[in-house]
Design a protein around this ligand. Sequence first.
Ligand SMILES: NC(=O)c1ccc[n+]([C@@H]2O[C@H](COP(=O)([O-])OP(=O)(O)OC[C@H]3O[C@@H](n4cnc5c(N)ncnc54)[C@H](OP(=O)(O)O)[C@@H]3O)[C@@H](O)[C@H]2O)c1
Length: 321
Amino acid sequence: MQYRRLGGSGLQLSALSFGAWVTFGSQIGRSTARELVATAWDHGINFFDNAEGYANGEAERVMGDVIADLRLPRDGFCVSSKVMFGSASDPRPTQKGLSRKHVTDACHAALKRLRVECLDLYYCHRPDPETPVAETVWAMDALIRQGKVLYWGTSEWPAALIREAHKVARAHHLHAPTMEQPQYNLLHRERVELEYAPLYAELGLGTTTFSPLASGLLTGKYNEGVPDDARLGREGWLQRIVFGSSDERRLERAQAFTALAAELGAPPATLAIAWCLRNPHVSSVILGASRPEQLLQNLSALEWIDRLGEGDWRRLEAAAE
Ligand SMILES: NC(=O)c1ccc[n+]([C@@H]2O[C@H](COP(=O)([O-])OP(=O)(O)OC[C@H]3O[C@@H](n4cnc5c(N)ncnc54)[C@H](OP(=O)(O)O)[C@@H]3O)[C@@H](O)[C@H]2O)c1
């Protein structure tokens, strides 16, 4: 495994990490979840990503349960939660959003479900137009001072709002957001490569990026249709997002990418993940997997970072454009 600093902080995260979205507490049973966490840990992964909203809190409960069962040493791994969407199936106004009330309640609930004393990373899962940014910054700072959170960050916030949070923090000597969790893959590059570009040096922003395979599209598994036992077969609502509109040509771009990967002699999933890792502003690429074999194939991305020449990487980018 390779370890990278989380932006300007001293926290060293594994370059590949592992997340629970749509799998834990929903698509997969406890024994598969346990096997996946054990495989991740055995291969040096030290960051497990989660959120209050994943399977209405069940994903955190399962992850906390299997981490406890595996007896992973608490100082050897990091675990996250995210706040915004709530864990209730029909959340009331105080059960969602980024108010001091919900940020605090959600932290306490996540600590219980994950069975830890503190959240190593705690994210605002999206911006909340109903809450002033300053209120959220003060709430996160309070949780850090109480020892309940170590690093806080954002997920899919516009650069301007991240800057505003830093401005509030600087003005009042509060803890500023350390990291952002954006989507980043060969089909979705702009925010990480352009919008956030000035923030890496200016704010020391770290990034833990998600959906490196565009929910599986970049593996080629949807090239000939949607298998029932794959994510887009089970989660029909995701098809519109993952395939996108006809002018985005996402399936065609994925098909061109997977054809070229075959020509280069590598599994497309491995190359798609290795491509994310080549960006030095990526602190950790969060993987998803529904089976241990997938996770093992994805972990081999580390070996491919330097195996291809610049020209091949440019050709892969052009194919996915
Ligand atoms: N902050 C946010 O808003 C946000 C949003 C999304 C995700 N995330 C985080 O990022 C993590 C990863 O995102 P993601 O799950 O979307 O990642 P992804 O890598 O784009 O998709 C993972 C899915 O692709 C399929 N897959 C993975 N490896 C494969 C392989 N080698 N061959 C064939 N199929 C393979 C599996 O689904 P099937 O087997 O079911 O097809 C797996 O669950 C999440 O768990 C979550 O922690 C955060």
